[in-house]
Design a protein around this ligand. Structure first.
Ligand SMILES: Nc1ncnc2c1ncn2[C@@H]1O[C@H](COP(=O)(O)OP(=O)(O)O)[C@@H](O)[C@H]1O
Ligand SMILES: [Mg+2]
Length: 207
């Protein structure tokens, strides 16, 4: 099974990805957790460029950088793992490009769709959890954790509102994308996520 986590920064993606991985591991599954961009040698190099606050990157260039890292990750890591029967959990994936670069940076969606298709081909998640929190909650969490913001996180409130709206737009057409209310305890959130995974596992086993 291939599961991805989406949402704005500090929404709890990494927390939920780890909880999900642990639960799968307890049931004896081989699980791989991957953080995007990254997960390959090329991907980690691209990641350092993308998150560096000193990088000047045009929106169109940003699309290609994220997509280059992803194209490598899909072929080098994700597809082989899924072929072995492993469970793959990805912290961000193709919907981040649609929401951030498409809706957030306002790159035409037809271009984004074509690039996304080239990057991932048929490696589409079975389930995608969009963990939704307000911009106010993000700012609160970042202050609380004393997190130093990276280049993407400095983009500003209007950008994040457009990006958040992008995820809502995606959820209207993509059945695999589930909106999860993120302003609750990690345990409550995970309990929703795990029930949805159970439904999907059942659905795929009965065909
Ligand atoms: N449900 C939650 N409620 C409150 N704080 C949370 C919750 N989940 C995660 N956090 C905190 O918010 C911050 C960001 O969480 P993280 O899982 O790293 O998010 P992301 O990977 O989406 O950036 C961390 O400091 C984490 O401890
Ligand atoms: Mg994270």
């Amino acid at each position: 099974m291939f599961i991805t986590f989406e949402g704005l920064d500090a929404s709890g993606k990494s927390t939920q990805a780890e909880l999900t991985a642990e639960r799968f591991r307890e049931s004896g599954e081989n699980v791989m957790v991957i953080r995007e961009p990254g997960g390959t040698e090329l991907g980690e190099k691209v990641r350092s460029i993308l998150l560096d606050v000193n990088s000047a990157i045009e929106p169109a260039a940003e699309v290609f950088l994220f997509s280059a890292a992803r194209a490598q990750l899909v072929r080098e890591v994700i597809r082989p793992a899924l072929s072995r029967g492993d469970t793959v959990i990805c912290d961000r994936y193709v919907d981040s490009t649609t929401s951030y670069q498409g809706y957030g940076r306002e790159i035409p969606l037809e271009s984004i769709k074509a690039i996304n298709r080239l990057a991932i081909e048929d490696v589409i998640p079975d389930l995608t959890f969009f963990i939704d929190i307000s911009i106010e909650e993000i700012e609160k969490r970042q202050r609380a954790a004393g997190i130093d913001t990276d280049r993407m996180e400095r983009a500003g409130r209007v950008f994040f509102e457009r990006t958040r709206n992008g995820y809502y737009e995606l959820a209207r057409t993509e059945k695999r994308l589930k909106i999860i209310r993120g302003e609750r305890s990690p345990g409550d959130i995970f309990s929703d996520i795990w029930s949805i995974i159970q439904v999907e596992l059942h659905r795929s086993s009965v065909g």
